[in-house]
Design a protein around this ligand. Structure first.
Ligand SMILES: Cc1ncc(COP(=O)(O)O)c(C=O)c1O
Length: 472
């Protein structure tokens, strides 16, 4: 049978050999983007070639420019590890070639997505009546939910923004924490609110919003309002005090949106559940599947308590589109796209595979690995852990605070480079509270408890070599 579809067989073989070799491979790519661009650059072919050749060539050429994101020691940015079950389900999605917009276009895709949505609300323990839109990730999750927020808060003030746009509309005041994720500001730009025309709320050393500052600022403002809170700060993993913030926001009549790209998954574990106390009282949430749930890219969820608000904001209609029966959930009515990938299927597959226990184990294991690495590193002279490790994120800085800031930065950058060059792990950098930091994010399903000590050993030894070379 396979020789009738040799391209698929070839891709299967290439995918398997990549995955089976994974842990023996370096985490960092062997070639740079520029090198890869040269490797792939050729004129548009005038004539085509065999499909198997295309796939073989892609796998061979592409291999050197791949980053080991599914590697057990990948700690870069905040990314999940595309677990095999999710990848396999995603292969089926591609092979089935379904347009998942409507029931009529794909009953299977529409039904599986609906069930996946119900499971998400269950495991995240969010209002069961909420609507779940399956989108590409956290950014579009924020966009989609905030579009619903825009529509709803303006409607409350007598303005139909979906029909009439924003010109002449009552100004919407946006309240957002000073340490919100950068994508939130981009989304505010896309939505016509402006990236900077926001009221920024003070945060503490971990990046948590100060409810008193929100109270002060929101009570001085009138008109439609949206408060954007966060579950899982990108550097520290910190959580806003939802209970307090939501009370303040509610008494001011504001919509509350929560950016919980990875942090919302902490609700699946009883030991971490307290971090999101009260978050269920918000109006909307954005969560990623391709982070902690380990679905392959791209996968995110825009969850909105008032499904009508979401449908109003995302509304689409034409005579040629299939009719809607009362009570039916139409996938395309909850997201910005019309034609769309059946993104609910990998999510369904991961939840079916892991079950509640499996997600709990994953979250618990990653948080425990993060804690162990942090505990080890904070005992080393010249290494500082700058965050309270409440979840899976570890913020590390190198060099004593007595050293000039530029020297500390140089050293942290160099440690990151040396770790990357060693091929043993992948970490990323960033700025936190004025300091250049190394950030470890433990979110890859392949990472095991047994990885913690060897990872700490390598970081410690790279730092020891550097400190010695610098005469520290
Ligand atoms: C808190 C937070 N919000 C939003 C995003 C953006 O998510 P995505 O990259 O899936 O669009 C991220 C990504 O790391 C994040 O950590």
């Amino acid at each position: 049978m396979a020789d009738q579809l040799p391209e698929l067989e070839r891709a299967y073989f290439e995918a398997l050999s990549y995955r089976l070799d994974q842990s023996g491979r370096d985490c960092a790519p062997d070639r740079t983007y520029r090198e890869m661009r040269e490797l792939f650059r050729e004129p548009l072919p005038e004539t085509g070639c065999e499909g198997t050749e295309v796939i073989r060539g892609l796998a061979q050429k592409g291999a050197d420019g791949l980053t080991g994101m599914t590697h057990p020691r990948f700690f870069g940015w905040v990314l999940g590890g595309s677990a095999p079950v999710g990848v396999a389900a995603d292969w089926l999605v591609s092979a089935w070639g379904q347009n998942a917009a409507f029931h009529a276009s794909s009953p299977t895709a529409a039904a599986v997505e609906e069930i996946a949505g119900e499971w998400l609300l269950d495991i995240l323990d969010l209002p069961r009546e909420a609507a779940v839109g399956f989108v590409t990730g956290g950014t579009v999750g924020n966009f989609t939910a905030l579009a619903a927020a825009r529509s709803a808060v303006l409607k409350k003030h007598g303005w139909n923004s979906d029909r009439d746009g924003l010109f002449g509309a009552p100004p919407v005041r946006i309240f957002v924490g000073d340490d919100a994720h950068t994508s939130v500001f981009s989304v505010l730009g896309y939505l016509g609110f402006g990236r900077e025309r926001v009221c920024r709320i003070a945060t503490d050393l971990q990046g948590r919003m100060n409810a008193e500052d929100l109270q002060r600022k929101i009570s001085a403002s009138s008109g439609p309002k949206i408060v954007i809170a966060q579950a899982g700060q990108i550097n520290t993993g910190a959580f806003d005090p939802f209970d307090q913030l939501i009370k303040v926001a509610r008494s001011a009549g504001a919509w509350v949106h929560v950016d919980g790209a990875f942090g919302m998954w902490s609700r699946a574990h009883p030991a971490y559940r307290h971090l999101t106390e009260g978050v269920e009282n918000a109006d909307s949430w954005s969560v990623d599947g391709h982070k902690w749930l380990q679905t392959p890219f791209d996968s995110g969820y825009s969850i909105v308590r008032d499904g009508t608000a979401l449908e109003t904001a995302m509304g689409i209609d034409a005579s040629y589109l299939p009719p809607r029966n009362e009570g039916d959930r139409i996938p395309a009515f909850l997201v910005p796209e019309l034609s769309r990938r059946a993104r609910g299927i990998p999510t369904w597959a991961m939840l079916k595979h892991l079950g509640r226990d499996g997600v709990r184990e994953l979250v618990g294991r990653h948080c425990s690995v993060a804690r162990q690495i942090a505990n080890r590193l904070q005992r080393v002279k010249g290494i500082r852990i700058l965050n309270d490790v409440v979840l899976n994120q570890v913020v590390v800085a190198f060099g004593n605070p007595g050293l000039p800031a530029d020297i500390r930065q140089e050293m942290t950058v160099e440690v990151i480079e040396r770790l990357q060059e060693s091929g043993t792990m992948f970490v990323s950098g960033g700025r936190w509270r004025g300091e250049w930091i190394m950030r470890l994010s433990v979110t890859c399903n392949a990472t095991q408890q047994a990885d913690a000590d060897p990872v700490a050993d390598v970081i410690e030894s790279v730092w020891a070599d550097l400190a010695e070379a610098k005469g520290l």
